[in-house]
Design a protein around this ligand. Sequence first.
Ligand code: SF4
Length: 188
Amino acid sequence: MNVSRRNFLKGSGLAAGTLAVTGKSAHANIDSPELRTKGLQTSTTICPYCAVGCGMIVHTKDDKVVNIEGDPEHPINQGSLCSKGSALFQVANNERRLTTVKYRAPKSDKWEDKPWDWAMERIAKNMKETRDRNFVKEEKINGEMYTVNRNEGFAMIGAAALDNEECYLLGKFARAMGVGYLEHQARI
Ligand code: SF4
């Protein structure tokens, strides 16, 4: 539709007039949150991007994410989201999102699709081999031998997407593996 400058100004004047008389926009009902989310499944989550940890409401239909917005009842962000958090919808709905394990064998120039079980087994095997190869049982400090049980072949880093319980479990797992280089991206 072509909108001339004159028509645009006339329309804007009408909308402003409606607002002044009724206190509501002429289109308020069309954009009401109730209509937008009616019949959708609602659940809450935490933004996975940064350590601020903003609360979000996720709307789904037939197991597909159809809307994500800030949670007004969340004490941290009270409904607001930054531009990254506002675009989270595109993480769930994105044709470029990888949904399978991609593996590139040593010296190969191709990625192959692999099953999750295959990947988990391979990761576990590599972790075991790396730990055994790099495990330091004892160390001489100031002429005395001390038991250190340190795995120098690993480093582990957590991210803001982890909640308290996941961080606790990751920390425990890392220490059980003898990891000394244990860090978290959200070091605040
Ligand atoms: S919405 Fe923005 S500020 Fe909030 S947690 Fe996500 S990335 Fe951080």
